[in-house]
Write a protein that binds this ligand. Structure first.
Ligand code: ISL
Ligand code: CA
Length: 559
């Protein structure tokens, strides 16, 4: 297996709008990120993934770009960006940009031209179709509710938007579109950025528009919207035009990428992407009607997702390990326990995230256990997806109480409340009125108080990061799940020529006994780390794990 820096790195994701406000307008900004670079560095992470900071009308918080080469004034100036990049590099870290190239904003100059007339030279930059029998060209649905087609009066045709109607999809079939996208990427590479996170890159090549049948949305993504016929051709072209000859990394966001086709995106011999984010564990609690139709997480399936993907990508490609981001609930609330065992459970997830094969991604605030939020009224929510589904449900006289519960579980704003820096007003995020309310638990959960407590979640993350850097087996070593059918314990080995590690994680609020395999029971086990002050000893070949306890052992090799 080839060794490289991005396999050995730990990535920290910054959603700048919610990170740190420097000027009191209530919106996080680039100078705010700069002011926290020492903090980020102190975690021990290597790379910062910066969510979009480009010019945008903010229909989808910057994932609707109106100018790829300009910084949104609410985030600062290009000079601020250059200072940020320098600050990151001066501290020995790297920075990757978020590229949103499946679609632009409808306020991008290209779209304004494109929609102006059928013979405008930019017409073909987007996907325009005449209606069929007086209605949409086909039955495609938007990821954010409603039809994926918007009728435009001016030229009496429909344009495609897989996300909101203010996010028209670019037509990648047009070589000029590809050239423009690659050119703006080169612009950032020339500035010295170290790579890209590519938004919904699995969707850029479209299938034919006539009759693509679909059934249930999540399954439909893979078969209808993602993995289109020219996807690999486009990615190879991007690689050749932008990435080759630069030491930059890529991670492609891949809704619809499956176990069967994942390696086609990241295989060593493919010259496409370095890593992808697949969604098999992110959609795990989505019911037949999608994310707001929540079903319980099937824990055995959850483990299997990690096992299966490692088998596919672990050695002939590379995996990324993440449990959440700006689109999903807070990880401790979703996969663990944010009440009685909040502290243990937050640490347990750190232990898991940083002991698997693949590049780990930490989302801002997770490093000190930020949780979901439960606002009582829809007026406190900001996310376009949440607001759309609310409106739709209202119009259809649906059950709004039920929906509110689902929003509390699944809404994207769970991850977007401001980072809780301290226990002062607005959690130290802003001196003004924050664009979205702070989670009321900031007085007990915040970075400052944990900084002062050596046993905190925050310090545990630092410890785990140090451990990952100390034992390369945690990066490259084989990953093997031990007890696939155990409904409470996630246990696995990491192993190479030098080391043999055992990780046991109790994902339940009860004591659980874990029986060691015979060979292992005979060996000497050295405890490297645990999230409890006091752990039980191995007795009669078994360990009794306390609620949400996680332990990593080094198994002494005997010859
Ligand atoms: O959160 C989701 C919907 O419930 C995901 O399916 C999400 O839409 C998908 O992961 C794509 O996300 C990315 O592209 C979107 C943007 O809104 C997200 O913030 C971004 O991460 C459109 O650009
Ligand atoms: Ca600001």
């Amino acid at each position: 297996m080839k060794k490289t820096w991005w396999k050995e790195s730990i990535i920290y994701q910054v959603y700048p709008r919610s990170f740190k406000d420097s000027n009191g307008d209530g919106i996080g900004d680039i100078p705010g990120v700069i002011s926290k670079l020492d903090y980020i560095k102190s975690l021990g992470v290597d790379i910062i993934w910066l969510c979009p900071v480009y010019e945008s009308p903010n229909d989808d918080n910057g994932y609707d770009i109106s100018n790829y080469r300009a910084i949104h004034p609410e985030f600062g100036t290009m000079q601020d960006f250059d200072n940020l990049l320098k600050g990151v590099h001066d501290r020995g870290m790297k920075l990757i940009m978020d590229v949103v190239a499946n679609h632009t904003s409808d306020e991008h100059a290209w779209f304004e031209e494109s929609r102006s007339s059928k013979d405008n030279p930019k017409r073909d930059f987007y996907i325009w179709k005449p209606g069929k029998d007086g209605t949409e060209p086909n039955n495609w649905m938007s990821f954010f509710g409603g039809k994926a087609w918007q009728y435009d009066e001016q030229t009496e045709e429909y344009y495609l938007h897989l996300f909101t109607k203010k996010q028209p999809d670019l037509n990648w079939e047009n070589p000029e579109v590809r050239r423009e996208v690659f050119d703006q990427m080169k612009f950032w590479v020339d500035k010295g950025v170290d790579g890209f996170r590519l938004d919904v890159i699995s969707l850029i090549s479209k299938r034919n528009y006539e009759d693509t049948p679909y059934s249930e949305f999540n399954e439909t993504i893979a078969e209808v919207y993602a993995n289109g016929p020219r996807i690999h051709e486009f990615l190879k072209e991007m690689n050749k035009e932008v990435l080759a000859n630069h030491d930059v990394m890529t991670v492609g966001e891949g809704p619809g990428i499956t176990l069967e086709n994942g390696l086609n995106y990241v295989g060593d011999d493919r010259e496409e992407l370095n890593m992808i984010f697949h969604f098999d564990h992110m959609f795990i609690d989505h019911g037949p009607q999608g994310k707001f139709d929540t079903v319980p997480v099937d824990f055995i399936h959850f483990k299997k997702v990690f096992g299966d993907w490692d088998k596919k990508l672990g050695t002939s490609g590379w995996n990324s390990i993440f449990l959440g981001n700006h689109d999903f609930p807070r990880i401790v609330s979703r996969f663990a326990n944010d009440e009685e065992y909040w502290e243990e459970a937050s640490k347990l997830l750190a232990l898991m995230l940083l002991s698997m094969r693949g590049t780990p991604y930490i989302y801002q605030g997770d490093e000190f256990g930020m949780t979901n939020v439960t606002f009582d009224t829809i007026d406190d929510y900001r996310d376009v997806e949440t607001l759309n589904v609310w409106k739709e449900t209202q119009e259809n006289s649906g059950d709004l109480d039920k929906l509110m519960k689902a929003i509390h579980w699944q809404g994207r704003d769970n991850a977007r409340t401001p980072v809780q820096w301290d226990d002062s007003a607005n959690a130290g995020f802003t001196s003004g009125e924050p664009w979205i309310k702070v989670n009321p638990n900031y007085e007990s959960i915040n970075a400052k108080s944990q900084e002062m407590n050596p046993r905190s979640v925050l310090h545990f993350y630092r410890k785990m990061i140090t451990i990952r850097k100390t034992y390369p087996v945690l990066v490259y070593g084989d990953f093997e799940i031990i007890n696939e059918d155990d409904a409470s314990i996630f246990a696995y080995y990491r192993q190479d020529e030098e080391y043999h590690m055992l990780i046991v994680l109790n994902f339940s609020s009860e004591d659980q006994s874990f029986a060691l395999e015979q060979e292992i029971a005979k060996a000497e086990l050295i405890r490297i780390v645990s999230n409890y002050r006091q752990s039980n000893e191995v007795e009669n070949g078994a360990i009794v794990l306390q609620p949400w306890e996680g332990i990593m052992y080094k198994i002494k090799k005997t010859n």
